[in-house]
Ligand binder design. Structure first.
Ligand code: FE
Ligand code: FE
Ligand code: ZN
Length: 275
């Protein structure tokens, strides 16, 4: 059974998000831990969390994915931005101890001119200071399209981060299909080759989940514009190959495609399940 779900808002609560997922035949979902632009996280309502836990158990959900706010930048040149990132990261990891969710995705960040090596050092400093050995969550780095000074534009940069983390067993990767294609990995023409590169450079054991997005932008453009499944430069066959690939098919998939309403995800989920 394919594990697939949309990105959902938790503004109306975790139970409500779980119910919405069920309604559109999803068996997981992704959510922002707080307002994507940052800001304070609401205090947890434990009854609400218990409601989601029950849905997960009775409906047989796969792993959920928490996504850090976009404003989290561990490698900014500005110390106050790095400190904000550290605070949000630590707070989010502590919240995840109480939630039925064991994957925490964040964008490695933008080095804002300091250079890749400096940037990676700054990221690793926060990870090593704030993670702990028996934490529940696995911290997943998202593959990025490589716009501006983004870190994580290629597998080597992600591997460099993992290599310097003291708790690599608590680390993983989230492969975003739109981002890697824009970043110069031809998953449309040579999925097996890209996965072989991933395995050689990082190791497929680190791959924990995927973001399924088509792209509005051409291959290797380093631009990040998501498109609905099948309507972009990746095309429907690419997604058929991905969700049926022996090395990928059992991983959780999360849609971040542009939709007017949650119900629109239902069509994409049904289409991907039909493969
Ligand atoms: Fe993301
Ligand atoms: Fe993504
Ligand atoms: Zn994106």
């Amino acid at each position: 059974m394919l594990i697939i779900g949309p990105h959902l808002s938790i503004a109306a609560g975790f139970t409500r998000a779980g119910q919405e997922a069920v309604k559109i035949e999803a068996n997981t979902f992704q959510f922002f831990t707080r307002n994507p632009r940052g800001g304070k996280a609401k205090a947890l309502d434990l009854k609400d969390v218990a409601g989601l836990r029950q849905i997960i158990e009775t409906q047989g959900f796969g792993p959920l994915l928490a996504h850090a706010p976009y404003t989290l930048n561990m490698c900014s040149a500005k110390p106050e931005t790095r400190e904000f990132a550290r605070m949000v990261f630590k707070e989010d990891l502590l919240r995840l101890e109480e939630l039925p969710c064991e994957l925490y995705n964040f964008h490695p960040g933008s080095h804002t001119g300091q250079g890749v090596a400096e940037g990676i050092t700054a990221i690793v400093e926060i990870l090593n200071a704030e993670m702990w050995a028996d934490q529940k969550a696995t911290v997943v780095l998202e593959t990025m399209s490589g716009k501006g000074t983004e870190i994580g534009r290629n597998f080597e940069e992600l591997k460099m981060i993992i290599d310097q983390v003291v708790l690599p067993e608590k680390m993983g990767i989230c492969l975003d299909t739109c981002h890697v294609y824009s970043g110069g990995y031809d998953i449309a023409g040579n999925l097996d080759g890209v996965l072989a590169d991933f395995d050689r450079i990082i190791g497929l054991d680190y791959l924990k989940c995927l973001h399924l997005n088509d792209s509005m932008m051409p291959f290797n453009s380093n631009k990040d514009r998501h498109e609905k499944i099948g309507l972009g430069t990746l095309g429907i066959e690419t997604f058929q190959q991905i969700v049926t690939h022996p090395q990928l098919k059992d991983l959780p998939f999360f849609l971040e495609t542009p939709q007017q309403v949650t119900l629109d995800y239902q069509k994409e989920i049904a289409l991907l399940r039909s493969f």
